[in-house]
Design a binder for this molecule. Structure first.
Ligand code: 9MR
Length: 563
C-alpha cells in the first residue's frame, strides 16, 4: 500500500513498507542532536530539517570517483543538471531515452537522497520538433511528455518534486515570448501543472526562475502569477529561486523577505540552483565575499520555515556552466577544480551547523568608516571588519545616517565596504555602520564619519558603456547589465548608448532605458530616473534579443554620449 508522509522541510516521502519508511525517516527527519562540527553538510542540514543538494552531471558521475564520493557523502538531495531535460529524455517525438535520468535516480536511491526533477517544460534545451508543432499538436506533445517523464518516477520514493515550468518570465516581468507562449498563449502554464498533477499526484510541483531572489519586477510578476494560479486551483505547490549570483553585482539583501512573501501564499520555497561566480582570477578577498554570499543564502533559507532547502548548481569548479556562458568569470562553486574545499564550503557548513537560532552574541563593533570618492550623489565607504563568535556567523553590515532620533538605513553590504548612491547634492552626511550576524544580532554602532556631497548640475561629460551577457540559450539571450559610467568630472544630465545587433537578431524587450532601432543599430536613451549621473557614478539597463537558432553572436560596439 502506497502511503505519503511529509518531513519537516515539507518534502514528500512515499513509502511501500514500514521498514522502508523508518529508513527514510532516519535520513530526512532525524530530529537529531546538532551534528558534530566535522560532519558532512547533509548531516547538519538534516538536523535543521532542511536539505542541502547539488546538481549532478552524468559524465563525471560515471567517470570520477571524487565527484561520486562528495555527491554521495555531502548532499541529501540531488537535481539532474541536464539529464531530465526534454532534449535528453525525448529527442525525437515519442522516442524516450531515460539512460541519464535513471542513472541519477539510481544514485539517489543508493545514497538515500531525494531528487528534484528538472525540468518538464522550458523554452531552452527543447528539440526543434517540439518548437515547430502547430498548437493542438504542441499541447498534446507537452501532455504526453509530462505524462511519460513524470509518470515514470511517480512511484519512486526518491522523486519528491518537479520543476514543471522553468523561466517563463522576461526580466521586466512580462511573460516570456517563448515558442510555448507564442503558440499556446499563457494557458500552457496552467495546463502543464494540471498534466503534471495527473502524471504524479504526490509530487510537489514547482515553478522556477532566475533573477527572482530579490524583490523586483520579475519576482513580483512571479508572485502575482503564483497567487492567481492557486486562486484558480491550478496545482502550484512550490517556487524555486535559482540564485545564480555574482559577487560583482551585489547580494540580494531582501532574499529572506522575498522568500517569506511567497511562503505566505502557502507554497513551499526552495533555492534551486545556487552558485556565486566571480571575475577570474580568484583571490582570497573574492573567496571571502563569495563565502559570505553562500552563508547569507543558507541563513535566509534557515530563517524561513517554508524553505525546504538549498541546491548548489554543481560540486566542483572543474565542472560548471559558468565559464562557458560568462567568459572571464568562474570559480562559482564550493570545491575548487581539485576537489578541495573553498571558504564557501566552510560558510555553508557553519551556517547549517549554526545551531537552532540560539545565538544571542552580537558581532564585534566595526571600525570607523573612511569615506572616499565623494560626488554630488555617491560616496564610497570602507571600515575594519567585525568578527562573530556566537555561532551563526557574520552576515554583513547595515549602514546608517545619523539624524537625531530617527537614523535612516542607507544600505546593507555583505562586505566591509560599500558605495552609497542616491545621495542629495551639497549635503552633509554623518554615517556609521553596525555588523549583523546570521541570527540577526546587531553589533554596537561604529563611530561616525562625516562627509559632504558636492554641488550637482553642470554641463554633460563623457561616459562609457559595457554590456554583459547574463544568460543565453539556443535562439536568444539577455544582456544585463549594460553598465553606463560617467567618466567625466561633471554630472551627466541624460545619456545615450548605441550598439549594433548582429544580422538577424531582433529586440524582444528592454528595461531601464528607452530603446529604438534603425536597421541593426540600437539607440538606448536614459529614462527619468537614471539620466542624472554624478562623476564616477554608474547606472544600468538591460534588454533581451531573439536570434536565429544556433547562432551564437552577441551585440558589439557599445558607445556612450551625453546629450
Ligand atoms: O548547467 C546547465 C548547462 O550544463 C547547460 O548547458 C545549460 C543549457 O541551457 O543549462 C544549464 O542549467 C541551467 C538550468 O537548467 C536552468 N537555469 C539556468 C541553468 C544555468 O544556465
Amino acid at each position: 500500500m502506497l502511503s505519503t508522509t511529509l518531513n519537516r522541510s515539507g518534502a514528500r516521502i512515499r513509502t511501500l513498507t514500514a521498514a522502508a519508511a523508518l529508513a527514510l525517516l532516519t535520513v530526512f527527519l532525524a530530529p537529531a542532536a546538532p551534528a558534530d562540527a566535522s560532519a558532512p553538510l547533509r548531516q547538519h542540514a538534516a538536523a535543521r530539517g532542511k536539505f542541502i543538494g547539488a546538481a549532478l552531471a552524468t559524465g563525471p558521475l560515471s567517470n570520477e570517483t571524487q565527484y561520486r564520493t562528495l555527491a554521495a557523502g555531502e548532499f541529501n538531495q540531488i537535481t539532474a543538471e541536464n539529464a531530465m531535460k526534454w532534449d535528453a529524455t525525448e529527442p525525437s517525438q515519442g522516442q524516450f531515452n531515460f539512460s541519464g535520468a535513471d542513472a541519477i535516480m539510481n544514485f539517489a536511491q543508493q545514497n538515500d537522497q531525494q531528487v528534484h526533477g528538472h525540468t518538464l517544460v522550458w523554452h531552452s534545451q527543447t528539440p526543434t520538433w517540439v518548437q515547430n508543432l502547430p498548437a493542438t499538436a504542441m499541447r498534446e506533445a507537452m501532455r504526453n511528455h509530462i505524462d511519460t517523464v513524470a509518470g515514470r518516477y511517480a512511484d519512486n520514493p526518491a522523486l519528491v518534486s518537479w520543476d514543471v515550468v522553468n523561466e517563463v518570465f522576461e526580466e521586466n516581468g512580462s511573460l516570456r515570448t517563448s515558442f510555448w507562449y507564442n503558440t499556446l498563449g499563457q494557458s500552457y502554464i496552467a495546463d502543464a501543472f494540471r498534466y503534471a498533477r495527473a502524471a504524479d499526484p504526490d509530487a510537489r510541483l514547482c515553478i522556477n526562475d532566475y533573477n527572482v531572489e530579490g524583490i523586483n519586477a520579475k519576482s513580483t510578476a512571479m508572485y502575482n502569477l503564483v497567487r492567481s494560479l492557486r486562486q484558480q486551483n491550478v496545482p502550484v505547490d512550490c517556487v524555486g529561486f535559482q540564485s545564480h549570483l555574482a559577487i560583482q553585482y551585489g547580494f540580494p539583501n531582501d532574499l529572506q523577505q522575498n522568500l517569506q512573501r511567497f511562503a505566505d501564499l502557502g507554497v513551499q520555497v526552495r533555492i534551486t540552483e545556487l552558485d556565486v561566480r566571480m571575475q577570474m582570477p580568484r583571490d582570497a578577498s573574492k573567496d571571502a565575499t563569495q563565502a559570505t554570499y553562500y552563508r547569507n543564502v543558507v541563513n535566509a533559507c534557515l530563517a524561513v520555515t517554508a524553505c525546504a532547502g538549498v541546491t548548489i548548481w554543481g560540486i566542483t569548479d572543474r565542472h560548471s556552466w559558468v565559464p562557458d556562458t560568462f567568459p572571464g568569470e568562474g570559480a562559482a562553486l564550493i570545491y575548487n577544480e581539485n576537489y578541495q574545499t573553498k571558504p564557501a564550503y566552510t560558510a555553508v557548513h557553519d551556517a547549517l551547523a549554526g545551531g537552532t537560532g540560539n545565538d544571542t552574541t552580537p558581532p564585534t563593533t566595526p571600525g570607523t568608516p573612511a569615506a572616499s570618492g565623494v560626488t554630488s550623489s555617491s560616496a564610497s565607504l570602507s571600515w575594519a571588519a567585525s568578527t562573530d563568535s556566537g555561532g551563526s556567523g557574520l552576515a554583513g553590515y547595515n549602514v546608517y545616517r545619523e539624524q537625531g532620533a530617527t537614523d535612516t538605513l542607507l544600505g546593507q553590504s555583505a562586505t566591509n565596504s560599500t558605495t552609497l548612491t542616491g545621495l542629495t547634492a551639497d549635503t552633509e552626511y554623518q554615517v556609521y555602520v553596525r555588523a549583523r550576524d546570521g541570527a540577526g544580532n546587531l553589533s554596537t554602532p561604529s563611530a561616525t564619519v562625516t562627509f559632504e556631497t558636492s554641488a550637482g548640475g553642470g554641463p554633460g561629460g563623457p561616459c562609457t558603456a559595457t554590456g554583459t551577457i547574463q544568460t543565453q540559450w539556443n535562439n536568444g539571450y539577455v544582456v544585463q547589465p549594460v553598465t553606463v559610467t560617467n567618466t567625466g568630472s561633471a554630472t551627466l544630465n541624460g545619456w545615450t548608448v548605441t550598439f549594433t545587433l548582429p544580422a538577424g537578431h531582433t529586440l524582444a524587450g528592454s528595461w531601464n532605458a528607452t530603446l529604438t532601432t534603425s536597421g541593426q543599430t540600437v539607440t538606448a536613451k536614459s529614462v527619468s530616473y537614471n539620466g542624472t549621473l554624478a562623476p564616477n557614478a554608474a547606472t544600468s539597463f538591460g534588454f533581451q534579443v531573439n536570434r536565429p537558432s544556433g547562432n551564437t553572436q552577441t551585440p558589439s560596439g557599445y558607445t556612450c554620449a551625453s546629450p
